[in-house]
Ligand binder design. Sequence first.
Ligand code: NDP
Length: 335
Amino acid sequence: NRQWVLARRPVGQVGLGDFARTDAEIPVPDLLKGEILVRNRILGFDPAQRGWMDQGAGYMAPMALGEPVRGSACAEVIASQNPAYPVGSFVRGLFGWQDYAVVAKAGETAPISVPEGVQPEEALGVLGAASLTAWAGIKTVGRVKSGDCVLVSGAGGAVGSMVVQIARLNGARVIGIAGGAKKCRWLTQDYGTDAAIDYRTENVSARLAELAPEGIDLFFDNVGGDILEAAIAHMALHGRIVLCGSISSYNDEQPAPGPRNLSRMISYRLQMQGFILLDHLDQVPQASAELRNWLSAGQIRYRTDIQHGFDAIPATFLRLFTGANQGKQLLTIDT
Ligand code: NDP
């Protein structure tokens, strides 16, 4: 059972040296009632994994040192003591950076059955956690409505690209922020945003002044930092800010200063709300059904970036923090 384990807790920027490759015994399928043995086929990569590597209080226990890195996977059931997960079916869950895992229907790694007809890359990609996060975040938390001027950061990525499209389908005018000309082209040409801002080459605040002279009604933030500060400066009266992620700070060794213009929250009566997908699991059936309808009607587009090979796992994770990933980051495990 090949594994990539967390060798040490990253200090600041996560790097290849924080992980170590080991080989453990393949778990013998001597399973307890309720357990299954799975073989990972595809891994999914999430910026949040960086936070789980840190010691300290979060919404999930920190990863343990020397254990396989916690991460999502789509896997085939190889042996089963649970009739809900028959041998040969596919499941997704937090099965970790390894070939095999024994999992029970409890706790953080609880497997979710992949419906028949859904491919593993769809289960982790367009119908996976990032899309569900986008749906719950922009609809339930953000309460997007027709006529809103919506701004989305990290808009070229897995969550952001779905947020912009769901907002557009709900009648909003949408501005996306992403890094680089190519991702900005995807935004306006493929995902239907009304405008795109390249934060690497453009002055975000100046562009917002041009593009949203009457202010932003709803800001969906995946990035934090300077982009959050720029957005606060251009919010409309009674605007809403949904904090989904803060990737610009995940590798900070020392906490970066917060937005310097928070007093604008008062004068403009703004609301700012953080959320975690785990709080919205009851909405997954509705969100999944709606996502599937939009997909089959050709109303949403989605990109997955599929890397290959067990040895490439840590380097693939690092792609998230340079913007190298071209859509939802996945990796197929060679067998
Ligand atoms: P993405 O597919 O968007 O990949 C990450 C992207 O972040 C990169 O491609 C890069 O895009 C951008 N990025 C990286 N570093 C920086 C930086 N310093 N400043 C600005 N942008 C940067 O990842 P996801 O869609 O999976 O995740 C997006 C956000 O959503 C993350 O913050 C994540 O933690 C959060 N999230 C929150 C959840 C929740 O329940 N609240 C659930 C899932 C995700 P670019 O090329 O544009 O720079």
